[in-house]
Design a protein around this ligand. Structure first.
Ligand SMILES: Cc1cc2nc3c(=O)[nH]c(=O)nc-3n(C[C@H](O)[C@H](O)[C@H](O)COP(=O)(O)OP(=O)(O)OC[C@H]3O[C@@H](n4cnc5c(N)ncnc54)[C@H](O)[C@@H]3O)c2cc1C
Length: 509
């Protein structure tokens, strides 16, 4: 595929180099589907070429091509096989972002050059046997004892388990409810392979990601020196969240490779497969599937590299990263299933690699936070990010048309008392007859509306039965509407009457 126009020359060159490497090694990737042997030689080759340093600045031995650069490498390597692509990606998640953003100078000097050269491979350890989506519930503990912490617990589903040399481990350092409430109960640690008490408990037999070790880790009184904390004690959640935005972008880029390869196989196959005296690519429903594959690939690629660009600009990209991850993984699953469909029975045999991509696709909707969790992140983050754009338009009764219509006129304000609040609620009933008014809607229309005075007026109206209040989880009055009694008190029935002109008068009583 073509580089994007906003990529710099280094990033464009990087794409050419990694693409050539991937093209050369595609057959090797297919061998791994059968042998299940992890391609350690290819990973070493990737290291020798310096691509582990894609996102690492030059002064630490990297090539400084940004999150965009790491995504480019991830996209191309994932064309070879998931074992290679995912081992690369996960190594990026297990140290690089955490050291760059939160590491001390000493940690950066020590680890980043080694990561850049591929001398050490990383892993990230959040998930536990009893802790999945609810990552804040981590049960592995770390207790301070002088100049070190003692870690106890287990992690599971850890990609690169055993293969990695360094493990970014999140553990609980506080049991205080107030710390948990503020997400200050977790701390990030760097744990090196080989320290006493740290072992691989089990390796999973996965449905896909053939050849890539993924498993359980056990921590039994593991001593970790305080200099191996990443960020201060209690900052683990912050470290984890920053790392996850980076992870979701680079992880999504790793889905583009198999998506591209699936399209390649499906198209090439359909151009050569004859049914009903014509190539199956001439069948409109196959063309429609291939068109949707292209559209999915193009859209996913744009989302990913836009999010990567934002991260490279040090901008907040939480919603964009989660959107890229959710959209790409959902699209990948459908795309590869369609590719198999276009190839018919052959597509589902292991003699074409598309079958292997089909098994790989599902886990992308689970790893790096499930797509249900992505929807939560996007919902909450979207409300925050688009807050101003989502403000309810002010509406009023139009003088001539006598119907509700939006207005850009600044709201007229009235003094705050029970009577004026009830009048505003009755006016709102005329423009939004099924809705409550929000506290903010009311305050916008009231002069001198301190929180206390407003609460007082609303509670008085509630005790009289004139309004109904909705209190949020914190007990704050958030929404209010006039009851039928309240509407009657606010004005005669005539005030609320309206009929379309075409209506026969005899229907009105
Ligand atoms: C192959 C593979 C590689 C992985 N690699 C790593 C790794 O390197 N490091 C690491 O730390 N972890 C890793 N993981 C773990 C992965 O991040 C978790 O599997 C994932 O976060 C979901 O946790 P869970 O599997 O325990 O599912 P659960 O959290 O038990 O969820 C089960 C189901 O309930 C849904 N659900 C849960 N809570 C909610 C909610 N609040 N709202 C809506 N739906 C909800 C989920 O979406 C899911 O569908 C990997 C997982 C796999 C399968």
């Amino acid at each position: 595929m073509e580089p994007f126009s906003w990529w710099n020359e280094k990033q464009k060159g990087l794409m050419e180099d990694v693409k050539a490497f991937a093209d050369q090694n595609l057959p090797r990737g297919e061998e791994i589907f059968w042998t299940k042997e992890f391609p350690i030689d290819l990973l070493k080759e990737v290291a020798r070429k310096g691509w582990f340093g894609a996102v690492i600045p030059e002064n630490y031995g990297g090539i400084n091509a940004g999150v965009t650069g790491a995504s480019i490498v991830s996209e191309e390597l994932s064309r070879v096989c998931s074992a290679l692509g995912d081992a690369y990606e996960v190594s990026m998640f297990g140290g690089v972002e955490q050291f760059l953003t939160f590491g001390t100078d000493e940690q950066k000097q020590k680890w980043l050059p080694k990561i850049a050269k591929g001398e050490v491979v990383g892993a990230v350890c959040i998930t536990e046997p009893f802790v999945g989506s609810d990552a804040a519930g981590i049960e592995t503990t770390a207790k301070r004892e002088g100049d070190h912490y003692v870690l106890n617990g287990k992690k599971r589903f850890i990609t690169n388990a055993g293969l990695a040399d360094i493990y970014v481990v999140y553990a609980r350092t506080s049991e205080k409810p107030e710390d948990k409430a503020k997400y200050q109960h977790l701390t990030a640690f760097l744990v090196e392979k080989g320290v006493p008490g740290f072992s691989v408990e089990k390796i999973n037999e996965l449905s896909g990601w053939i050849g890539l070790p993924n498993g359980f880790l056990d921590f039994n009184d593991v001593k970790v020196l305080t200099k191996n904390l990443i960020g201060p004690e209690g900052a683990g959640w912050k470290v984890m969240m920053a790392g996850l935005n980076f992870e979701r972008v680079v992880f999504s880029a790793g889905m583009l490779g198999p998506m591209r390869e699936s399209i390649r196989h499906a198209v090439a196959y359909a151009q050569r497969r004859m049914q009903f005296d014509k190539p199956t690519i001439d069948i409109p429903s196959n063309q429609s599937k291939i068109a949707e594959m292209f559209a999915g690939l193009y859209t996913a690629r744009l989302l990913i590299y836009h999010a990567a660009y934002l991260l490279d600009q040090h901008k907040d990209a939480m919603v964009e990263a989660a959107t890229a991850k959710m959209f790409t993984s959902d699209t990948y699953e459908k795309l590869v299933s369609d590719a198999v469909q276009v190839m018919g029975g052959d597509g589902w045999t292991r003699f074409y690699p598309v079958e292997s991509y089909l098994r790989d696709a599902k886990v992308n909707q689970i790893g790096a936070g499930t797509n249900q969790i992505m929807r939560l992140v996007i919902f909450r983050g979207g409300l925050k990010a688009l807050g101003k754009d989502l403000k309810m338009p002010r509406r009023r009764i139009h003088e001539k048309l006598k119907v509700p219509i939006s207005t850009v006129q600044p709201p007229s304000k009235t003094n705050l008392n029970e009577e004026s609040v009830l009048k505003l609620l009755s006016e709102d009933y005329m423009v939004n007859p099924g809705l409550f008014m929000s506290r903010e809607d009311l305050k916008e229309r009231l002069a001198d509306a301190s929180e206390e005075k407003l609460d007082q007026a609303l509670k008085t109206l509630e005790s009289e039965g004139s309004v109904k209040l909705y209190r949020d989880g914190r007990g704050t009055i958030a929404l209010v509407k006039a009851t039928y009694d309240g509407l009657r008190k606010a004005g005669p029935l005539e005030k609320y009457k309206w009929y379309p002109e075409w209506l026969s008068k005899e229907f009105i009583f």
